[in-house]
Design a protein around this ligand. Structure first.
Ligand code: GLY
Length: 303
């Protein structure tokens, strides 16, 4: 059955963004806007929300501008370990990968996990062996190399006690969409947090924390201090409040992010509901975000 409303919302992470130059802001805006326009076309042409969010997130993974894929930050051992997850609200299909170091597009592999295995989450060497077995592109870790992120790690380490996590200037990426068939999908991808312990996995690949999609209710992609987003199951929490407390998307999403702030947890989220209403609350100084729906033109903001 055709759905009256449809749309997509994306984020490029919440964090300490106040010192982005206007040139950097323009470059980010261009990338987010181009990605949104192409992803929205998928929906306009009757494509699935799953294809739209996978496309948007893979575009961000291919860009060094964001902390995901090519722009990933480093662990305390100067290695890039990436996490991603994707979910389809029609039947709660969900796939995720964590701690992958050589997979060009972790979000594409996450989708393959639910399409080609009976599992939800594959980690590290096993995930990479699976990628090889299905021909998913593997690259040399050099592909992800970032002098800027490496220097950032070294600066942080020279000032802080080991293993302290750092909220990165540019964060996790994500996309959430509602398509013309009424299906909601969500996807999230990240390099995690600078100076994380090797093997540390955040909220991004945890279904219900970093990503959630539930038809007739909402879809959510989170960004922020992952440990808190796991403990409070943030992505699902937003949808649960709508389902059981009858809250609007804006009420639920805003309350959840405000509650995190009260306990000192920084971050934000993007969400879309069954009517293509969009909410993008954050409790940091900024969150890179943008959206397009059949009722509203392209919207982009950082602060
Ligand atoms: N939210 C991303 C992370 O904590 O890894």
């Amino acid at each position: 059955m055709a759905n009256e409303n449809y749309g997509i919302v994306v984020h490029g992470g919440a964090g300490v963004l106040s010192n982005l130059s206007s040139e950097q802001q323009q470059i980010i805006e261009k990338k987010v806007s181009e990605t949104l326009i192409s992803a929205y076309k998928i929906l306009q042409n009757g494509g699935s929300s799953l294809d739209a969010v996978e496309f948007a997130v893979s575009e961000f993974e291919d860009s060094p501008l964001f902390n995901a894929g090519r722009g990933s930050v480093y662990t305390s051992e100067e290695v890039q370990e990436m996490d991603a997850s994707i979910m389809f609200g029609l039947d709660r299909s969900a796939g995720a990968v964590a701690s992958v170091k050589k997979v060009k597009n972790p979000i594409r592999l996450a989708r393959k996990v639910f399409e080609k295995t009976e599992h939800v989450l594959l980690v590290g060497d096993g995930a990479e062996a699976f990628a090889k077995s299905i021909g998913e592109p593997i690259v040399d870790p050099e592909y992800f190399y970032s002098e800027k992120n490496l220097q950032r790690l070294r600066k942080v380490k020279s000032k802080l006690v080991q293993n302290q996590l750092i909220q990165d200037k540019i964060g996790t990426v994500g996309a959430v969409a509602l398509d013309k068939s009424g299906n909601i999908a969500a996807a999230t991808s990240t390099g995690g947090m600078t100076n994380k312990m090797p093997g540390r996995i955040g909220d991004t690949p945890i279904i219900g924390s970093g990503t959630w999609a539930q038809n007739e209710i909402c879809g959510v992609s989170s960004t922020g201090h992952g440990e808190f987003f796991i403990k409070f199951q943030i992505a699902k929490e937003v949808c649960t409040r709508i389902e059981y407390l009858n809250q609007s998307l804006a009420e639920s999403a805003t309350d959840v992010i405000e509650e995190l702030k009260k306990i000192g947890a920084t971050g934000g989220l993007i969400a879309i509901d069954k009517d293509a209403n969009i909410s993008t609350p954050f409790n940091t100084d900024g969150m890179i975000r943008g959206s397009i729906t059949n009722r509203s033109e392209l919207n982009f903001a950082i602060y």
